[in-house]
Design a protein. Structure first.
Length: 247
């Protein structure tokens, strides 16, 4: 099982929580500057990931600094291609220049959620990634359009679930604009992880239980108590003799 986190979401320095949470991760998704991050932050975060032997992924978003990449945007195919290529190529080039290798790509925020449901957007996004490196893995929700397109285009897809987010009936993430979208209670987070990993199920916001495939677990570094949650998730997995490693 892979344990990942979105990192590098700061300016001019490594985000305060990233260094402490990195030791519990096997993969990380580094902001590419369009929702957060800047060249110095990106470089320092890459170096930190290399130090901890954490697999590095690009975390591209819509060009939305003001909205932290969480606002829905309608871009032309050409503009989306350029935005994705720009961000992923920058992460790939910087990682390689520092002696590492870019392993995967995970869209951020609105781009992630919209591409999960929109076939055309998922196709454009993955086409842009593939044009840079067809060996890059795509992180995304199981049974999403991203998974369908990745399989069609023969790109490796990694089914991602979230430790600290509530799910709707269609297994989409509950919108952050709604109450109770983020789970902050430690017991509830661990129970959700236990259910997803050990029983391959998830309980939705309405209380129904559905099957779900989990290959990588995401914990957000800005969730309250994230460092302690990462440690507890790491301990939970190891206690059940589950090897924590990148895909």
């Amino acid at each position: 099982m892979d344990l990942n986190c979105d990192v590098g979401e700061a300016y001019g320095k490594v985000a305060p929580f990233d260094e402490k949470i990195m030791m519990f991760l096997s993969s990380c998704n580094i902001a590419c500057g369009f929702h957060s991050g800047d060249p110095l932050t990106i470089e320092r975060t890459i170096l930190m990931a290399l130090k901890h032997k954490v697999a590095i992924g690009a975390h591209p978003s819509y060009p939305d600094l003001q909205g932290f990449g969480r606002r829905a945007m309608q871009l032309s195919k050409a503009e989306l291609f350029a935005c994705v290529r720009y961000q992923v190529a920058a992460l790939k080039g910087m990682t390689e220049a520092l002696g590492g290798r870019l392993c995967h790509v995970k869209a951020h925020g609105a781009l992630y959620n919209m591409a999960a449901k929109n076939l055309n957007l998922a196709t454009d996004f993955i086409d842009a990634v593939k044009s840079i490196d067809s060996d890059l893995k795509i992180f995304g929700p199981p049974k999403s359009q991203l998974q369908v397109v990745a399989q069609t285009l023969k790109m490796d897809f990694v089914c991602e679930v979230f430790a600290d987010r509530r799910y709707e009936y269609d297994l989409s993430l509950r919108s952050r604009h709604l109450d109770y979208a983020v789970i902050t209670d430690e017991t509830e987070v661990l129970e959700q992880v236990r259910l997803m990993v050990l029983k391959k199920q998830v309980q939705t916001f309405e209380g129904n239980v559905y099957p779900i495939q989990a290959e990588t677990i995401c914990l957000h570094s800005d969730t309250e108590g994230a460092i302690n949650l990462a440690k507890k998730i790491y301990q939970l997995l190891t206690q059940h003799e589950i090897n924590i490693s990148a895909p």
